[in-house]
Design a protein around this ligand. Sequence first.
Ligand code: DGL
Length: 271
Amino acid sequence: MKIGLFDSGLGGLILTRAIARALPQYDYVYLGDTQRVPYGNRSPETIYEFTRQGVDFLFRKKCRLIIVACNTASAEALRKIQRTHLPHNYPDRRVLGVIIPTVEEVARSGARSVGVLATLGTVNSRVYPKELKKISPRTKVYQEAAPLLVPLIESGGRQWAKPILQSYLKPLLKKRIQTLLLGCTHYPLYKTKIRRWLPKNIRVVSQDEIVPGKLRDYLKRHPEMEHRLSKKSRREFYVTDRTAAMKQLAQKWFGKRIHLKLVQLADTSFT
Ligand code: DGL
């Protein structure tokens, strides 16, 4: 049985690369819903339905454990999948997201004032303030939706990043945040820039630096899961749409030449 990674598009390859580097022995299957990306501006119902279809596809590909790399899908769909879809259909499989590990890390650092930069969907779900409040009730959380960042990153717009990022970060800086949480698959690509621009006393939390270690801990705590995972270092990559530009981006973000297999998410029971 393999580990699945699901994302709305190709951004999840950045986290997948970090996980595969930290835990190279496992077999991974990646699915990016490139036909329907971005999820960030869609309704919660649509995000749930698309994510459920993606998860079902990965289960059919023999994944026992799935990591939802997409923050928007983790925010809007994960809980319902864990509470209703899995118990009824796949009681022995697990789906984990990126929100809780990130929140745990932020809480552990003891920050009292946290800024969250994310997509509109993630910000509107208020998942970060809600989850942080549960484990760190006194922490103040300020959010900023950054709808231009994903298209900017995907179109290689580095030279325009500074003014755009600065305008998103300005309201958070005014709140005197101690920690900035990068709550989107794509943002690790700008973490070095952001760290350079922000005052040194602000900690920047990037999921590619957190989630691999959290996954390792999870597998240690769940030997019944770990023992069932195959360890042949195989990697498979699936997408729902494929263009020359996507192939290039995938290679760049995963850091290696990879073959993207085209699939249709067969389940059409969208209601
Ligand atoms: N993967 C999404 C996220 O992490 C960003 C791209 C999208 O909007 O679908 O929130």
